[in-house]
Design a protein around this ligand. Structure first.
Ligand SMILES: [Ca+2]
Ligand SMILES: [Ca+2]
Ligand SMILES: [Ca+2]
Length: 209
């Protein structure tokens, strides 16, 4: 099997505060409370309230750990919470993941099997090798080797963030990133939080697990 790991992802719209529609802003205000920031536990409450309405999805709910991991991945300004713009990006991703989940849950089991995951990721633009697929299953699947909805979301948030980060720094798209001081200055929060592994001159996409 081809060992190359690639992703062809559509550009992600990161809307500025002024571009986000009023309904979403109102929703955000209710969810975020007076500090206008969504904390890890607020995110957990929100997501679990949403999935409770979708009875066709298999899940034991989003754990604090998975919500913390998502906040860390989406927290661009590094304040440990999600502001309006950051939450809008996550919200749009989750909506997209929900429709992918439904579309590729071919046997309507409410979960995503290893086979369904492969098809879903391919449709989403990822070409992963066998080893990475196995790693994802090991990391995110239940004992029956299928992913619950919450694990699927966490898996895709991580995968997408890693690949977008990689593409953002791989400006000449040759699959190899050479870090220089300028690039490091552009992504200080990523580096500070130790996202990925950074060998001295080359950066290959890290295993997103
Ligand atoms: Ca809050
Ligand atoms: Ca933030
Ligand atoms: Ca299924």
């Amino acid at each position: 099997m081809d060992d190359k790991i690639q992703a062809t992802l559509p550009d992600e719209k990161v809307l500025a505060e002024s571009e986000i529609d009023e309904n979403f802003k109102q929703l955000f205000k209710q969810l975020a409370g007076p500090d206008l920031e969504i904390s890890v536990t607020e995110l957990q409450t929100i997501l679990n309230r949403i999935i409770a309405k979708h009875k066709d999805l298999r899940t034991k709910g989003f754990s604090v750990e998975s919500c913390r991991s998502m906040v860390n991945l989406m927290d661009k300004d590094g304040n440990g919470k999600l502001g309006l713009v950051e939450f809008n990006v996550l919200w749009n991703r989750i909506r997209n993941y929900l429709s992918i989940f439904r579309k590729f849950d071919l046997d309507k089991s409410g979960s995503i099997s290893a086979y369904e995951l492969r098809l879903a990721l391919e449709a989403a633009g990822y070409r992963l090798n066998k080893r990475l697929h196995e790693l994802l299953i090991t990391r995110y699947a239940e004992p029956d080797l299928a992913l619950d909805f919450d694990s699927f979301v966490c898996c895709l948030v991580r995968l997408e963030t890693m690949f977008r980060f990689f593409q953002a720094v791989d400006v000449d798209r040759d699959g190899v990133v050479t870090f220089d001081l300028l690039q490091i200055r552009l992504y200080p929060s990523d580096l500070a939080r130790g996202r990925g592994r950074f060998p001295q001159t080359r950066f290959d996409p890290p295993d997103p697990v």
